[in-house]
Design a protein around this ligand. Structure first.
Ligand code: PXP
Length: 403
C-alpha cells in the first residue's frame, strides 16, 4: 500500500473525510508516478506540529504542513519516500480565515507536502519556486474537489513565490553632504553606482525637515535611474503634491517624528484607515503604488487590508535590535507569521530597517518577502569597499539565503 494515513485525533476530522482525502492523495501519487513508493500522511493538531517545527526547523510556531523527505537518502533500501504531516487544526483556522473550502485547502496542503518530498522547494533557488507553483496549480486543476475549486486555485496563484530583490536607500550619502552643507557626496552618484552593483530599486526618504534628501535629489534620481524609485514619506499635503508631480514607482508611507534619529516604528492605523485609504487612492490615481511601513502585527496588517494599499513593508527594527538570541528568535517568528498573513491577504510583502550583513540571512530566507529596503549598513560598508561592492555583497547574501 503506497499511502499510509495516521490520524492523531478524531476530534479534528472524521474518518470519512480522511478516507476521501486519502483517495485524492493516492490519485496525486499516481499523477506524480510515485505509486511504487510509500508515503506516510499524518493528520495532527497544532501542539504536535509546533513541537516538530521547533525540533526540526527551529521555528517555534504551529505551521500548516511539514514534509520530511527521504528521497536523497541513498543508503535507504526502504521504499518510503517520506512523511507529510498536516495540522488539521491550523488548516481549519486558515481555511475559515481565507474563506476557502476546508477539504480543498487540506488537499492543497497534501499536494504541497508531496511536492516537497520530491525535493521541490519554494523557499530555495531561482527556478524551484516557479516549478513548485506550476506543479501545485496543475495538480489542483486536475484533481481538486469541485466545491471551491476556483477559489483554491486563485489563492495558491496569489502565493506565487518570487526571487528576492534589494532596494538601496541612499539617504545617508545626503546625511554626509548635509553635515557640511556642501554639494558632495551626491546621493545621485550613489544611486547610479548602487544600480551598477545590482540594486533593484533606489529608496529616498524626503523627510518633513529635509534633513538629508532634498527635492532636487529626488527629481534627478528619478530622471536618471534605470530601475525603480521608491519615495518614503510621511502623510503630508505638500509631500503628496510633490509625489504626484515626480511620479515615483512607489511611495512608502511612514510615520515621522521631528526629534527621531530614524523612523522609529510602523504606522499606527488605529482610527486612521479612512485617512490612509484616501491617500492611497490619490497616489494610485496618479499611477503610483503605495506601500505601508508596518510593525509585524496581525491586527495592523488586517487593518491595512481596508486601506487598499498594494504593498506592506514589515518593520524589521525590533528583530535587528534584539539583544538576546531568544528575543531575536521571537521577533523573527513575528515577521515570518506576519509575512505569511500579508501575502495570503494579497499584499506584496517587503521588509526593512536595521538590516545588515550579519542579520539579513534569516530574514532573507522568508519566502513571502519579495524585497528588502536597506540603507545604513550598505552606505556604511561603502566607505570601505565602495558602493558597488557593498551592494553586490548584500545582494549575494540575500540570494544565498534563498538557496
Ligand atoms: N524602510 C523604511 C521604511 C525606513 O524608514 C528605513 C530608514 O530610512 C529603511 C527601510 C532602511 O533602514 P536602514 O537604513 O536601517 O537600512
Amino acid at each position: 500500500m503506497p499511502l499510509s494515513v495516521h490520524l492523531t485525533s478524531k476530534k479534528l476530522i472524521s474518518e470519512k473525510e480522511v478516507e476521501v482525502l486519502k483517495k485524492k492523495a493516492e490519485k496525486t501519487l499516481r499523477h506524480l508516478k510515485l505509486h511504487h513508493r510509500e508515503v506516510s500522511l499524518v493528520f495532527t493538531d497544532n501542539k504536535h506540529i509546533k513541537k516538530l517545527n521547533t525540533q526540526y526547523l527551529g521555528r517555534s510556531h504551529p505551521t500548516n504542513v511539514l514534509a520530511f523527505s527521504f528521497i536523497k537518502e541513498k543508503s535507504s533500501i526502504s521504499k518510503l519516500l517520506g512523511e507529510v504531516i498536516i495540522s488539521v487544526e491550523k488548516a481549519k483556522e486558515e481555511a475559515e480565515f481565507y474563506r476557502l473550502d476546508f477539504k480543498n485547502y487540506l488537499f492543497a496542503l497534501i499536494i504541497h507536502g508531496l511536492l516537497h518530498l520530491l525535493d521541490y522547494n519554494h523557499e530555495k533557488g531561482y527556478f524551484s519556486p516557479f516549478l513548485m507553483l506550476r506543479n501545485e496549480l496543475n495538480l489542483l486543476k486536475k484533481l481538486a474537489f469541485k466545491k471551491g475549486k476556483t477559489e483554491i486555485i486563485n489563492f495558491i496563484k496569489r502565493r506565487e513565490y518570487m526571487p528576492a530583490k534589494l532596494a538601496v536607500n541612499v539617504d545617508h550619502v545626503a546625511t554626509v553632504r548635509e553635515a557640511r552643507k556642501t554639494y558632495y557626496p551626491d546621493p545621485v552618484h550613489a544611486a547610479v553606482l548602487a544600480e551598477l552593483g545590482g540594486a533593484d530599486g533606489i529608496v529616498v526618504h524626503l523627510r518633513l525637515d529635509r534633513r538629508h534628501i532634498k527635492e532636487r535629489d529626488v527629481r534627478i534620481i528619478k530622471e536618471i535611474i534605470k530601475t525603480k524609485l521608491i519615495l518614503e514619506m510621511a502623510i503630508d499635503k505638500e509631500l503628496i503634491k510633490f509625489a504626484k508631480e515626480i511620479k515615483p514607482y512607489q511611495v512608502t508611507l511612514v510615520p515621522e517624528r521631528v526629534e527621531e534619529i530614524t523612523t522609529e516604528g510602523g504606522m499606527n492605523l488605529e482610527g486612521r484607515v479612512d485617512e490612509v485609504k484616501k491617500v492611497v487612492k490619490e497616489l494610485n490615481e496618479a499611477g503610483i503604488k503605495v506601500s505601508l511601513f508596518l510593525n509585524p502585527d496581525e491586527k495592523t496588517i488586517k487593518l491595512a487590508k481596508k486601506t487598499s494599499a498594494q504593498i506592506i513593508e514589515l518593520h524589521t527594527g525590533m528583530y535587528a535590535e534584539a539583544e538576546t538570541e531568544e528575543k531575536r528568535e521571537e521577533e523573527l517568528n513575528k515577521i515570518e507569521v506576519a509575512a505569511r498573513l500579508a501575502k495570503d491577504l494579497g499584499f506584496v510583502v517587503h521588509a526593512g530597517h536595521g538590516l545588515n550583513y550579519e542579520n539579513i540571512g534569516p530574514i532573507a530566507a522568508i519566502p513571502q518577502i519579495e524585497e528588502f529596503s536597506i540603507g545604513h549598513s550598505i552606505i556604511s560598508r561603502a566607505i570601505f569597499v565602495g558602493i558597488k561592492d557593498a551592494v553586490r555583497e548584500m545582494k549575494e547574501l540575500i540570494l544565498r539565503a534563498r538557496g
